[in-house]
Design a protein around this ligand. Structure first.
Ligand code: AMP
Ligand code: GLY
Length: 430
C-alpha cells in the first residue's frame, strides 16, 4: 500500500520515518516534504494547502491512506474531499478541524459539553471588549484571536491598558488579519502544561503517551511563544490518576460531544491541558499531531503505526489492542534559525548531520530544511530540525541529544539548553 503524508515539517519527517518501517507499506509519498523526508519517502512538489492537487495525486497514485500533518489543509476540507473520492484519510473533516480553527467554536463546544476549561467571554466588537477589560478585577487575563494565527494569536495581559492595546491591534488594525475578527477573553489558569494526544475514529479512542512541549523560545520558559522548542516523554508529573481524570473528564466527553454534534472525527485529537490545583483544564484543542510532540511519540511507539492510522480512518479502532511503548525517555531538542519566532534566516548550509546521526540512540528529524544540488542541505524554516534521543533517564537522553546537536553546524543556529528541565520540578510536585 502507498501512503501519502501531507506536510513538510519535523512532524511529517517523524511520521514518514515511522510509516516507512511498516511491512504493509510499499512506498511513502510526502507533499511537499523536506530534505529529511526525501530519505524515507518520495517528495512531491505540492503545497500542503493545494487541496485539489493533493486529491488528484492521491487518486492518480492509488494511495491507500493519506495522513494529514498540518491544521490548515484540514480546516480547508482536505479530508472531506479525499473521503468523497473514496480514499481513506487520517485527519478530521472541516467540521471537526474547527476545534482548532476557531477558538470560539472550541470554547463553546467545551462549555456545551461541560468539559473543564477556563471561563471566557466572546467579543465581536473592540469597544465592548475594552469595556469588559476596564471592568476586570482579576489579572492577568488571556486574549485569544478566534482564527488560525500560527501560534501568534494568544496574549497574556496584565493590565486593562495592555489588554486594550492588544484588542486595538487585533480587532481594529487587523494585525492577525481575519483571524482577529472575533476574540475570546478568558480567565488565566495557573499550573503545569501537558499535551495529551489520542487517536480517534469517531467511536473510540487510543490515548498516546503524554508529552511535554517547551513553547517559549528562551531557557526557563522565557521570551515569546513558538511552535515548540523541545519535548520530552514520558511526563513524570502525569501520573495514572491524572491520566484517568483526563480520560474521564476530557477525552471521553469530547468524543461524546463530537458524536452528539454529528461531527465524524477521525484523526488525532490533541488536547493542550493546564494541570491546575482544581484539576486538568483544557487550554486548546488541535486537530492534528503536535510538532515537536510527534517526534518523541514516534520514537517511543513500538510496533507498526499504520494499522492504527488505517483503523482510525476506517472507524475500526476498537478492533486493535492498545499499542506498546518504549519505557525509556525521549528528549527532543529543536534547532532553530536566528530570528525565530520572528523573521528568521534561511538558506544556510547545514553540516554535521551524519556525525549527529551516529550518536547512540539519536535520530535527527528535519523540519525547515531543503536539499541543495550536490547533496548538501540548507536551512529553510524557523524550526530547522529536531534532534531526538532515547535514554534510560532524562539525563542520559538529554546528554545524547545535546551531544548530537553540538555536532550540527549552521550559521545562526540556536536551541534551548534546558529541554526536560521540568522533569526534576515534576518530581518535586509529586
Ligand atoms: P493556546 O494556543 O490556546 O494553547 O495558547 C498558547 C499558550 O498560551 C498556551 O500553551 C499557554 O501557555 C498559554 N495560555 C493559553 N490560555 C491560557 C490560560 N487560560 N491561562 C494561562 N495560560 C494560557
Ligand atoms: N507543539 C505544539 C503544537 O503542535 O501545536
Amino acid at each position: 500500500m502507498k501512503v501519502l503524508v501531507v506536510g513538510g515539517g519535523g512532524r511529517e519527517h517523524a511520521l514518514c520515518w515511522k510509516i516507512a518501517q511498516s511491512e504493509r507499506v510499499s512506498e511513502v509519498l510526502c507533499a511537499p516534504g523536506n530534505a529529511g523526508t526525501a530519505k524515507v519517502a518520495r517528495n512531491l512538489a505540492v503545497k500542503a494547502t493545494d487541496i485539489d492537487k493533493l486529491v488528484h495525486i492521491a487518486t492518480h497514485e492509488k494511495v491507500g491512506l493519506v495522513v494529514v500533518g498540518p491544521e490548515e489543509p484540514l480546516c480547508l476540507g482536505l479530508a472531506d474531499k479525499l473521503r468523497a473520492a473514496g480514499i481513506p484519510v487520517f485527519g478530521p473533516g472541516a467540521s471537526g478541524a474547527r476545534l482548532e480553527g476557531s477558538k470560539l467554536f472550541a470554547k463553546e463546544f467545551l462549555t456545551r459539553h461541560r468539559i473543564p476549561t477556563a471561563g471566557f467571554r466572546r467579543f465581536d466588537r473592540s469597544g465592548t471588549a475594552k469595556a469588559y477589560l476596564e471592568g476586570c478585577r482579576q489579572w492577568p487575563q488571556v486574549i485569544k484571536a478566534d482564527g488560525l494565527a500560527a501560534g501568534k494569536g494568544v496574549f497574556v495581559v496584565h493590565t486593562a491598558k495592555e489588554g486594550c492595546t492588544i484588542v486595538d491591534q487585533v480587532m481594529e488594525e487587523k494585525r492577525l488579519g481575519d483571524a482577529g475578527r472575533e476574540i475570546a477573553i478568558e480567565e488565566f489558569l495557573v499550573g503545569e502544561e501537558v499535551s495529551v494526544l489520542a487517536i480517534v475514529d469517531g467511536e473510540s479512542l487510543c490515548v498516546l503517551e503524554p508529552v511535554m512541549d517547551h513553547k517559549q523560545v528562551g531557557d526557563g520558559d522565557t521570551g515569546p511563544n513558538t511552535g515548540g522548542m523541545g519535548v520530552y516523554s514520558p511526563v513524570a508529573l502525569f501520573n495514572r490518576r491524572l491520566q484517568w481524570q483526563v480520560e474521564q473528564n476530557v477525552l471521553i466527553p469530547t468524543l461524546h460531544g463530537l458524536r452528539r454534534d454529528e461531527i465524524d472525527y477521525k484523526g488525532v485529537l490533541f488536547v493542550g491541558l493546564m494541570l491546575t490545583e482544581a484539576g486538568p483544564r483544557v487550554l486548546e484543542f488541535n486537530c492534528r499531531f503536535g510538532d515537536p510532540e510527534t517526534e518523541a511519540v514516534m520514537r517511543r511507539f513500538q510496533g507498526d503505526l499504520v494499522p492504527y492510522l488505517l483503523a482510525a480512518a476506517q472507524g475500526k479502532l476498537a478492533d486493535l489492542e492498545a499499542p506498546e511503548w518504549d519505557p525509556r525517555v525521549c528528549v527532543g531538542v529543536v534547532g532553530a534559525a536566528e530570528g525565530y519566532p520572528g523573521t528568521y534566516r534561511k538558506g544556510d548550509p547545514i553540516t554535521g548531520l551524519d556525525e549527529a546521526g551516529k550518536v547512540e540512540e539519536v535520530v535527527v528529524f528535519h523540519a525547515g530544511t531543503k536539499p541543495a544540488p550536490g547533496g548538501s542541505v540548507l536551512t529553510d524554516g524557523g524550526r530547522v530540525l529536531c534532534v531526538t534521543a532515547m535514554g534510560e533517564t532524562v539525563d542520559e537522553a538529554r546528554e545524547r541529544a545535546y551531544r548530537a546537536f553540538d555536532a550540527l553546524k549552521w550559521d545562526g543556529k540556536f536551541c534551548r539548553r534546558d529541554i526536560g528541565f521540568r522533569h526534576g520540578k515534576a518530581a518535586e510536585v509529586q
